[in-house]
Design a protein around this ligand. Structure first.
Ligand code: AMP
Ligand code: GLY
Length: 424
């Protein structure tokens, strides 16, 4: 079986790594991939949002299964395009991916199907948005409606800051068309968790829970990033919380999407704020999380390929997933300056030594090969992921590996997983 994975980040490396363990898979391509992925897959310089290039490639190579990592190709309709040409592809189709593509749509769905989330209003005009902010006061959360590479959410501590954010998004258009419309919502308190589930539109098969660390600095300080680390399982998702997520969030949204003529098949990610054991939805994503996929897939037992296939065939009820009892931690190593400007092309040292360590795997994100050496090629560079008997031991193991890796201008948070410790 020939598999194509679309994307080139840490999430895609974890997917390639897991898919490569499937006994039926004979060949994996990953585009555009990265240096680490090239050890398990053939990489080619086709961009993840070049739908035509991807289609031509998949048809020519007679790909049996395509797996899509990032949101852009999903919201652009890669699944619809591939299916129309008779290709088998895993992911949400264009109408279903709107759950991530438009925050206003996602909020309307939550309202209509009684899914717990922050109070909100949707705005198309600057003046109305400003009037609403003055009425509500701060703290308040300002969100661009469309895709903004994970940067379209601004948590505003003051009314002035909120008005300035609306100005930047709606008038100055810092996120382009994504800011034509805005969601302004209540600021929620609590502890965050990521909950990712496979679904065929009927059956929901959850993955292990996880928790991301979005801000750049220790103690959750500084600007938001794509995610600086994650761990699994997240103890904030107790058995009761898990049941509430299934009954109050996942079942109604999957049902609602079917009712609206947008049957949801693929993987659905719910970003949650949990307060007093009650989950509220911050966002839905139509894809696997990054970096959450790295610590989650390292704990997944068995073959992922039949599950990906069953989501699209409607036979997911015949499947179960067994999870490694151990905990996992992923520390993202990034380039100094990220999420702002940073330099590329630095030689990464220590990878060979870490590859000898047990229960640790280094998933690559922004890396490339130059003259046989691995160099930095992005903001988030590596996701060092380790397993341990419990979270403290997984933290220890992972940071042992992190400390062996270095380059000029390396940066990482030193507190990934700490939030779990107060639950132990
Ligand atoms: P989102 O992309 O919508 O998940 O937002 C990015 C991050 O902003 C989330 O992971 C939260 O940390 C934060 N956030 C989003 N919405 C809210 C909210 N209503 N209240 C508090 N924090 C929020
Ligand atoms: N780690 C957050 C996301 O994948 O959206």
């Amino acid at each position: 079986m020939k598999v194509l994975v679309v994307g080139g980040g840490g999430r895609e490396h974890a997917l390639v790594w897991k898919i490569s363990q499937s006994p039926n898979v004979t060949k994996i391509y990953c585009v555009p991939g990265n240096a680490g992925i090239s050890e398990q897959a053939t990489i080619l310089p086709i961009q993840a949002n070049d739908l035509k290039g991807l289609l031509d490639f998949a048809l020519k190579q007679e790909i049996d299964l395509t797996v899509v990592g990032p949101e852009d190709p999903l919201t652009q309709g890669i699944v619809d395009l591939f299916e129309s040409k008779g290709l088998f592809i895993f992911g949400a189709n264009k109408k279903a991916a709107q759950i991530e593509g438009s925050k206003a749509f996602a909020k309307e769905m939550m309202k209509k199907y009684y899914i717990p989330t922050a109070f909100y209003e949707v705005f198309d005009h600057y003046q109305e948005a400003v009037a609403y902010i003055r009425k509500q006061g701060a703290p308040i959360v300002v969100k661009a409606d469309g895709l903004a590479a994970g940067k379209g959410v601004i948590i505003c501590k003051t009314v002035e800051e909120a008005i300035e954010s609306v100005n930047q998004i709606m008038v100055e258009k810092i996120f382009g068309e994504a800011g034509n419309r805005m969601v302004i919502e209540e600021y929620l308190v609590g502890e965050e968790a990521s909950y990712i589930a496979f679904t065929d539109g009927k059956t929901i098969l959850p993955m292990a829970s996880s928790q991301d660390h979005k801000p750049i600095f220790d103690g959750d300080q500084g600007s938001n990033t794509g995610g600086m680390g994650a761990y699994s399982p997240a103890p904030v998702v107790t058995k009761e919380v898990h049941e509430r997520i299934i009954e109050k969030v996942l079942r109604p949204i999957i049902y609602g999407m079917g009712e609206e003529g947008r049957p949801y098949r693929g993987v659905l990610y719910a970003g949650l704020m949990i307060h007093d054991g009650r989950p509220k939805v911050l966002e839905f994503n139509a894809r696997f999380g990054d970096p959450e996929t790295q610590p989650v897939l390292i704990r997944m037992r068995g073959d992922i390929v039949p599950i990906l296939e069953a989501c699209m065939k409607g036979t997911l009820s015949q499947h179960q997933i067994e999870w490694d009892k151990r905990a996992s931690v992923c520390v993202v190593m990034s380039s100094k300056g990220y999420p702002g400007n940073y330099e590329k092309g630095k030689i990464i040292g220590g990878l060979q030594e870490v590859s000898q360590m047990e229960s640790v795997f280094v998933f690559h994100a922004g890396t490339a090969l130059k003259d046989g050496q691995v160099i930095t090629n992005g903001g988030r560079v590596l996701g060092v992921t380790g397993l341990g008997e419990d979270i403290p031991r997984a933290i220890e193991k992972t940071y042992q590996a992190v400390k062996k890796i270095s380059w000029d201008g390396v940066y990482y948070r030193t507190d990934i997983g700490q939030k779990a410790l107060c639950w132990l």
